[in-house]
Design a binder for this molecule. Structure first.
Ligand code: ADP
Ligand code: MG
Length: 343
């Protein structure tokens, strides 16, 4: 079973008269899809999940599951499964009892439970662990138990609040694949909060960015990445340097040169362009859309080198496959495709 989740102008305050932790948040998550949520700490991600789960009431706005208003539906009857950063398994119960916990409450027979629990544990590669204590499993294994415990209830909605945040990178990517295939198999509608932008963009059918209790962007991941719209969203997606000037006819005029940027369209007047670091390059000779620069910072980032080029228009951050010479004078090229307007 799966449902479409609809939040419309949902507002929530922890203290009446205090700041809004959710400020007219609207979000639609289509049945059977995953929406990933990115946003800085304290922007309201967990609060939004709590409103959807029914553990916090919204102060205003509407929440519907498949067109059905949820206001008067208690949390236990919403068909929501939840996975948090810590697995929170019951330490005194076996792994199998943890997974079967909700099934017992639903009146499934002991034998039926055992079969169901074995099936779920097998599905996540934990065959033969049913009789073990949770604390004999690794962190990643415990999180897989938490995941199937949530799914064993056959929820319509699966809410994942930074479920992979405390796992090692190699375990994380396997868990991402597992979450994707479990959502596809069960048809559950999922919302997953993550701090990791690569994870958000890779796993989401849609990705939303929240800032200060508001929905700042929501679209297909490739669209959010290509057109973040707001400067703060671009910053959250890994852009840290910008170019300001005056736009006209697809070009930005600055005190240090004119830059072609097709994404400006017919925008006119003062504009800011975000500079996508992976598209920036260095050139011995001046080129179109280039600036004289001096390399003032070089850092090894594992997959690439990250540098900061000091230009007459301020710092420009770029990525390179080989290490640029620290202190070297050169030209930094901002190809059209590296530039996009932000508000
Ligand atoms: P996130 O999950 O994005 O980090 P939260 O939803 O937990 O953010 O919090 C949103 C805002 O609400 C923050 O400013 C936080 O301090 C505040 N907040 C969270 N929980 C409570 C609470 N129980 N009482 C009062 N304020 C809270
Ligand atoms: Mg949170």
């Amino acid at each position: 079973m799966s449902v479409t989740i609809d939040l419309a102008d949902v507002t929530h305050r922890y203290d009446p008269g205090g700041p809004a932790s959710l400020d007219r948040v609207s979000l639609r998550v289509a049945a059977g899809t995953i929406t990933t949520i990115l946003g800085p700490s304290g922007c309201g991600k967990s609060t939004m999940l709590a409103v959807i789960a029914g553990t916090r009431p919204a102060d205003a706005g509407a929440l519907h599951f498949d067109g059905r208003a949820m206001d008067d539906v208690p949390a236990a009857e919403r068909g929501v499964g939840m996975v948090l950063q810590s697995p929170f398994l019951f330490p005194h119960l076996s792994v199998g009892e943890n997974v079967g916990f909700g099934l017992a409450a639903r009146g499934v027979s002991r034998r039926g439970r055992r079969a169901e629990v074995e099936r779920w544990l097998g599905r996540v590669g934990l065959d033969g662990t049913a009789d073990r204590r949770p604390d004999t499993l690794s962190g990643g294994q415990q999180q897989r138990v938490a995941l199937v415990r949530a799914l064993a209830h056959s929820p319509d909605v699966l809410l994942l609040d930074e479920p992979l945040a405390s796992l090692d990178p190699h375990v994380r990517s396997r868990m991402q694949d597992l979450i994707r295939s479990l959502v596809d198999e069960t048809g559950v509608t999922a919302i997953m909060v993550t701090h990791d932008r690569t994870e958000a963009l890779a796993l989401g059918d849609r990705t939303a960015v929240m800032l200060d209790g508001r929905m700042a962007a929501e679209d297909a991941p490739s669209e959010v990445f290509a057109r973040p719209g707001r400067r703060e969203v671009a910053e959250f997606l890994g852009v840290s340097t910008f170019l300001s000037g005056t736009a006209a006819r697809g070009r930005l005029t600055t005190p240090a040169g004119v830059f072609a940027c097709a994404a400006l369209g017919d925008a006119a007047g003062p504009r800011t362009l975000a500079i996508r670091p992976e598209r920036v390059r260095l050139s011995e000779v001046p080129a179109e859309n280039s600036l004289r620069c001096r390399i003032v910072e070089v850092r090894f980032r594992g997959e690439h080198w990250e540098y900061l080029a000091d230009t007459p228009l301020g710092g420009v951050r770029g990525l390179a496959a080989t290490a640029p010479v620290q202190g070297g004078a050169t030209n930094v090229v901002l190809p059209d495709a590296a530039l996009f307007p932000v508000a």
